[in-house]
Design a protein around this ligand. Structure first.
Ligand code: WT7
Length: 663
């Protein structure tokens, strides 16, 4: 018997996804040409390395860590006292030093570190030496404003090089950065700044998005009314629109940089020194501040990047993720720069001025490695092949995906229309919590099957298990767990270690529970079936349905809300909100629906906007008062309500909910 997931999502998806993937028989072996120059060039070599790492993980990770610069070598590789891990104990290093300083003497000094294109079409290139200089200057700016080791700094900017400069400068000094995605609202800023008790905010006046100027500074101004910990704000001028600057508190980036010296030593930091906090959604309560530390994170982010993307010195590498998400932290900034890569970075929307923008940039910049999300791939499929076919994509040699399961048909399109059947596709599974890629093909070694992230990386021990921790049989659905700590594992939830224990270490004894349902096929390939908790993946971004519910209930007219996901062709999941209104108040009108959707966008950000609002007189509940989300999910998905409804308190409700379907 497969285990019964806590909530219905994975179970609901399991039937259909297992059915569809079992039909998936296609296998794509690495071409001889690709394997010939790959870092790991055969499946046998991967398996050898994997077994070696399993036999002696500390030895494996110690060898990997030895590839990077340490001011002082560690005394002990790892220490595990469940649920807390420490890595490279007694060692000191600096992630920024590894990302920049080491290249100044390695022959990469004048190599392009960043090639950047703004949405309006402006371009900038920065060599390692130039980027190093900017980061040193900005480190001095931070120091002068009282920022040092251990302080938390919130960063809220669009995709400009200065965002990378700001985070690298924090890392250089040992200040812990807390990047807040530029699409979040001022309320989300308040929560994250206060939870981290950030001393400073670094922001931009605004950002370009789909031809519009988005004002970021005004969101900061609104947030700063409720954030007592913030002393200074540094504002980078990007769009040039009018902003208000609070005397004494707000400073222009360019003014401070003009006065800053360009020498600043990187601080030797303990391997376990906090590098960053990044907030992500959980199934309940407020967002979780995922804490990552210095040494272990650095080692796995850099090493996984080199292995999975088979990085070569002449690659031009593009990961389309925003730096506001973990993918941007690990695979736009830290991993690639530590490896001395040339990183391409783009500011704006994929369809501005039209759906050819990405392909035009690949052609013009001769991009060789392209890493994006399935939701983007599905949007490109919908936009039509004519946009792709206008451009020369022959520079590409490797493709990657991340963020959610990629359906085999989208995989095939990516492989064929973009990769012209010559680029391996690495489907990479990981999480904000894991810090780096955990499950992924190695492009010169692993035979690919569309729709699976294949096998774990060397040093990473994952399995699919039952609730009691016993392994599932081949193709049997279960819980995806990590059985042993790994260097870039989150260390805790910032300020809430109890929640950390409960969230990741209490479901399955002795193992890290990922929250994902999965199955393992007879070749040991992992097929992700989706979340088993009330977390949904909308367009590759994780949202807790409870957060959206709280936002709705915060509206004056709403009494109660239940938010569930339904499958969506483009976004993976779409949000459906079932809402009951306060009595004697407003009528359930179309205008009110719009108002509620916009209200959520204001409270959390546009990504959280429910796709559908359904007003109802009551929500289906158990006798103990728990909302029966499974029923709502079935209704939202347009399906019949199947399964057990005996615990439902009022049977009439289901009928009413059905009738409300079509308005
Ligand atoms: C959740 C983590 C890691 C960066 C982006 C998302 C889902 C992620 C895959 C993949 C199937 C995937 C999982 C995971 N997910 N990558 N290749 N195949 N599912 O980070 O916001 O922390 O979300 O995204 O459900 O648990 P995140």
């Amino acid at each position: 018997m497969p285990p019964k997931p806590k909530n219905g999502d994975a179970a609901r998806n399991a039937a259909t996804s297992i059915e569809s993937v079992l039909k998936e028989k296609r296998v794509f072996k690495p071409s001889k040409a690709f394997a010939a120059t790959a870092h790991i060039s055969s499946f046998a070599a991967y398996e050898r390395l994997y077994k070696l790492a399993e036999k002696n993980p500390d030895k494996y990770w110690s060898d990997v860590a030895g590839k990077y610069h340490w001011f002082k070598k560690w005394k002990k590789v790892s220490l595990w006292k469940e649920p807390h891990a420490k890595w490279f104990l007694g060692g000191t290093t600096n992630v920024c030093y590894n990302a920049l300083d080491v290249h100044l003497t390695s022959g990469r000094k004048n190599k392009a570190a960043l090639i950047w294109e703004g949405e309006p079409g402006d371009e900038r290139t920065m060599t390692y030496s130039q980027l190093h200089r900017e980061v040193c200057k900005f480190s001095n700016v931070l120091k002068k404003r009282g920022i040092g080791k251990g302080d938390r700094v919130a960063i809220y900017m669009g995709m400009v090089p200065e965002l990378a400069i700001a985070m690298l400068a924090c890392a250089r000094l040992g200040a812990t950065h807390n990047i807040i995605f530029g699409g979040f609202s001022s309320q989300a800023l308040v929560d994250r700044i206060n939870d981290a008790k950030a001393k400073m905010v670094i922001c931009a006046d605004g950002a370009f998005r789909r031809g519009q100027k988005i004002n970021l500074k005004s969101a900061v101004d609104a947030a700063l009314k409720d954030t007592p910990s913030v002393e200074n704000v540094i504002v980078y001028q990007r769009t040039g629109e009018t902003v208000t600057m609070a005397e004494g508190r707000d400073h222009w980036w360019h003014d401070l940089m003009n006065l800053a010296g360009d020498h600043c030593d990187a601080e030797p930091l303990d391997a376990e020194h906090p590098l960053f906090i990044l907030y992500t959604s959980g199934s309940t309560g407020k967002p979780k501040g995922i804490l990552h530390t210095t040494g272990g994170y650095m080692v796995h982010a850099a090493n996984s990047h080199r292995m999975v993307f088979d990085l070569k010195d002449d690659d031009i590498y593009w990961c389309t993720a925003d730096i506001g998400w973990v993918t941007g932290h690990s695979y736009v900034v830290y991993g690639p720069l530590i490896n001395g890569a040339t990183v391409f970075m783009y500011e704006g929307a994929p369809n501005y001025p039209d759906w050819g923008r990405f392909w035009s940039m690949i052609q013009r910049h001769r991009i060789t490695i392209f890493y994006t999300a399935p939701t983007a791939i599905r949007a490109f499929i919908r936009a039509g092949d004519e946009w792709v076919n206008k451009f020369d994509l022959s520079s590409l040699r490797l493709l990657g995906t991340v963020g959610e399961p990629i359906n085999p048909e989208a995989w095939m399109w990516y492989y064929t229309a973009i990769g012209k059947k010559k680029c391996p596709v690495v489907d990479t599974w990981w999480q904000t919590e894991t810090g780096g890629i955990m499950i992924s093909p190695l492009p010169g070694a692993t035979p690919l099957k569309p729709g699976t992230a294949t096998r774990p990386l060397p040093g990473i021990s994952v399995d699919v298990v039952h609730k009691d921790g016993t392994p599932c049989k081949a193709n049997e659905g279960g819980f995806l767990v990590v059985k042993r700590p790994w260097p870039s594992m989150l260390r805790t939830i910032y300020g809430d270690d109890e929640r950390y224990k409960k969230q990741y270490w209490s479901d399955i004894a002795g193992m890290y529970f990922t929250g994902d349902g999965a199955r393992k096929d007879k070749d040991g390939y992992i097929w992700i079936m989706g979340r088993v908790d009330d977390v949904v993946n909308v367009a590759g971004h994780r949202l807790g349905t409870s957060e959206v519910e709280s936002a709705l209930v915060a509206h004056a007219r709403v009494a109660e809300a239940a938010v569930v996901a339904k499958p969506d062709e483009l976004k993976g999941s779409a949000l459906v909100a079932f809402v009951t209104l306060k009595s004697g108040g407003a009528n359930p009108t179309l205008e009110l629906k719009e108002e509620l959707r916009n209200h959520v966008a204001r409270e959390i950000g546009p990504i959280a906007k429910p796709d559908e609002i359904r007003f109802t007189e009551a929500l289906p509940k158990t006798r103990s008062g728990k909302i029966m989300r499974r029923l709502l999910r079935e209704l939202a998905g347009g399906g019949e309500v199947k399964g057990d409804v005996t615990t439902l308190e009022d049977f009439g409700i289901l009928e009413k909910l059905r009738q409300n379907d079509d308005d």
